[in-house]
Design a protein around this ligand. Structure first.
Ligand SMILES: [Zn+2]
Ligand SMILES: [Zn+2]
Ligand SMILES: [Zn+2]
Length: 143
């Protein structure tokens, strides 16, 4: 929790009970969730909280690097907690069975950027690299 409080402070966002509640939800669950699921949980503690508030906070958290947004099928999307402590450029892999999110700071994009730019005559300003798979536990836990 301390690292997330730090990120909030750095981005001049107040550490409110609601914001702490959302982060706690992700810390406890250790898997990605829809805004609706976060809302269901938050309603237990904050009776009058609305879904728009949840959306707004999740979007803010994504912007400042506390959460990562995960595209699902159709128009569904999820959020998962970003656990990397430094702000290093990184990507995520999610488990298709238990919905756990893991960070990894390996990126091959720089190696192919120039080739792609030459081929397309674009200047690439952003990239996404998103992986799905099965985590160690779900594979059968060969430790
Ligand atoms: Zn991350
Ligand atoms: Zn798993
Ligand atoms: Zn990258």
């Amino acid at each position: 929790m301390i690292q997330y409080k730090k990120i909030l402070k750095e981005n001049r966002l107040k550490i409110t009970p609601k914001r702490k509640g959302i982060i706690n939800y992700f810390l406890k669950n250790n898997k990605y969730a829809t805004p609706f699921e976060v809302w269901q949980y938050m309603k237990n503690n904050f009776k009058k909280i609305g879904l728009p508030t949840i959306y707004r906070n999740l979007a803010n958290f994504e912007r400042i690097g506390i959460l990562t947004k995960i595209e699902g099928t159709g128009n569904r999307f999820y959020y998962g907690l970003c656990k990397l402590k430094n702000k290093k450029h990184h990507h995520h892999v999610v488990c298709i069975l238990c919905h756990k999110v893991i960070d990894f700071d390996i990126c091959i994009f720089d190696k192919i950027k120039e080739d792609i730019e030459n081929k397309t005559n674009f200047t690439i300003t952003e990239h996404q690299f998103f992986l799905k798979g099965m985590c160690k536990n779900c594979k059968g836990g060969k430790v």
